[in-house]
Design a protein around this ligand. Structure first.
Ligand SMILES: Nc1nc2c(ncn2[C@@H]2O[C@H](COP(=O)(O)OP(=O)(O)OP(=O)(O)O)[C@@H](O)[C@H]2O)c(=O)[nH]1
Ligand SMILES: [Mg+2]
Length: 464
């Protein structure tokens, strides 16, 4: 850890969103946050590290508990302004073992060690005199400082807060840790740089690195989604079989494994994206990727993804065209599915245009030699869009989620989500790749790259 990076202590009254601000600015969802005042009891450092380099470091601290007593002590030791920081240090030294002042000492220590001050208030509560002792103590430390007004609720006392805070802090800004966008985050850093001349250069450097880091996050997300599509569409599940013909049980098994594998790919992809965006402690509520009963070829989903009737029919016929092409036996979807338990779950038209076109189950191998069942690769022309829609929705939610939130992520996609990213041009460029992914042929790196770029462009359109 280099010692030159800027450091900030986030301080204020209890329960005003200090830890939430630390969490958001440090991209760290491990910060303790709760609506019980006094949640943070010890100072803790949260560095924002990129490629092993610390961009800046934030200290989460407990809220002031006995500001008036502390201020009274300081004032009793009244000295000229230049000596005031020494008096604050003397207070710390003298009370280090005094439980009564634990919170004040915890919050003053990083400041006295050189951290800049970010004073947090809740602009939805009226201003009151009780804050003045806190602000006065902070002024005694002599450290550069700014105030952040966090609007926790609807009511708005921002104007009166601004008038009061302006008398103690050179800079007063509104900042909502739950809703802050990346540009707002950057703009806050830019203001922080102005607090101290020596900070301008390191903070600007951090901002540059932070922007590059953000770009990387988009690229990694696009790569992750591309991998998901490629692996899901090209996946082939194999199952050795005992007899010459596959049993119903074996057919069901290979399909179950095929579907389980596709769900696993999606889960892994989501985990990767969550890691990229530093959301590793997430709880999610999401409908699993369903294959049965999914009306993949309905008119409605066709128009949703801009597919023409012709395109749907082309896929519908490929299954039949495969028969005899070096394949011992191609099981027609209906024979297999109607007779099985899964078949029972496939509703109406889905039987003809849906699930049975998802993948094929083939029996391969020589007579009485080694034989196996194969499911996949994906044949359904609509499936990639369903998968992509889910992956893009998930990525959008994750990338724009504040690190200060502790609730479950509800991945409930609205009906209008697709129209936010899908248009004719996008679909055309994606479709070429989907055909290739589904074919099982080798995909050139430049084709992958092009797909990744299209996904990256879509992500940028969806996020910010
Ligand atoms: N709706 C909303 N809730 C917020 C906001 N900021 C903080 N909260 C909530 O307010 C509560 C307190 O937030 P914390 O970040 O733990 O506050 P703190 O100042 O660190 O509290 P202590 O550590 O107890 O001093 C939590 O329930 C947060 O979810 C906000 O901008 N909007
Ligand atoms: Mg806290």
């Amino acid at each position: 850890m280099t010692e030159t990076h800027p450091k900030f202590a986030v301080v204020g009254h209890p329960n005003k969103g200090k830890s939430s601000i630390v969490s958001t600015l440090a991209f760290d969802d491990s910060v303790q946050i709760s609506d019980t005042p006094g949640t943070t009891t010890k100072k803790r450092s949260f560095p924002l590290t990129v490629d092993g380099r610390v961009l800046y470091e934030l200290f989460d601290t407990p809220g002031f508990q006995r500001a008036r007593s502390v201020l009274a002590w300081l004032q009793k030791h009244e000295v000229t302004a230049d000596k005031r920081p020494d008096v604050v240090q003397a207070f710390i030294n003298e009370h280090r073992d005094n439980e009564r002042f634990n919170d004040e000492i915890e919050l003053l220590e990083p400041i006295m060690a050189g951290a800049g001050i970010i004073y947090v208030v809740d602009g939805s509560k009226p201003y009151g005199e009780e804050y003045e002792a806190e602000m006065e103590i902070l002024r005694w430390t002599g450290q550069p400082s700014m105030a952040l007004i966090n609007l926790i609720d609807e009511t708005n006392y921002v104007e009166e807060w601004k008038r009061a805070l302006g008398q103690y802090f050179k800079m007063v800004r509104l900042f909502n840790p739950m809703k802050a966008t990346f540009p707002q985050h950057l703009s806050l850093l830019q203001s922080i740089a102005q607090l101290k001349e020596e900070w301008i250069e390191p903070v600007n450097e951090s901002i540059g690195l932070f922007k590059a880091f953000h770009e990387q996050m988009f690229e990694q997300t696009a790569r992750s989604i591309t991998q998901l599509l490629y692996h899901s569409l090209s996946h082939v599940e194999r199952l050795p079989i005992k007899e010459e013909d596959a049993t119903e049980k074996e057919k069901t098994l290979v399909l179950e494994r095929y579907k389980a594998r596709l769900r696993e790919y999606e889960e892994l992809e989501q985990k990767r994206v969550e890691k990229v965006w530093h959301h590793e402690n997430l709880e999610k509520a999401q409908q699993a990727l369903l294959f049965d009963g999914m009306d993949l070829f309905s008119k409605e989903s066709a128009s949703l993804f801009g597919l023409s009737r012709k395109e749907l029919l082309i896929t519908g016929t490929t299954g039949g065209a495969m028969t005899g092409a070096g394949i011992d036996l191609l099981l027609g979807g209906s024979t297999l599915f109607l007779g099985s338990a899964i078949g029972a779950m496939v509703g109406g038209a889905g039987v003809f245009f849906g699930f049975n076109e998802l993948s094929e189950v083939k029996v391969l191998g020589q007579k009485l030699g080694k034989r196996y069942l194969e499911a996949g690769p994906m044949k359904n022309v609509n499936f990639p869009y369903i998968l992509l829609n889910r992956a893009l929705f998930h990525a959008t939610k994750i990338a724009s989620r504040s690190h200060a939130l502790r609730n479950k992520v509800l991945l409930e996609m609205g009906r209008d989500f697709t129209s936010k990213w899908m248009d004719d041009e996008v679909r055309k460029s994606l479709e070429k790749c989907h055909v290739l992914f589904r074919s099982g042929d080798e995909v050139k790196p430049e084709t992958m790259k092009a797909y990744e770029e299209t996904i990256g462009m879509i992500l940028r359109r969806l996020i910010d």
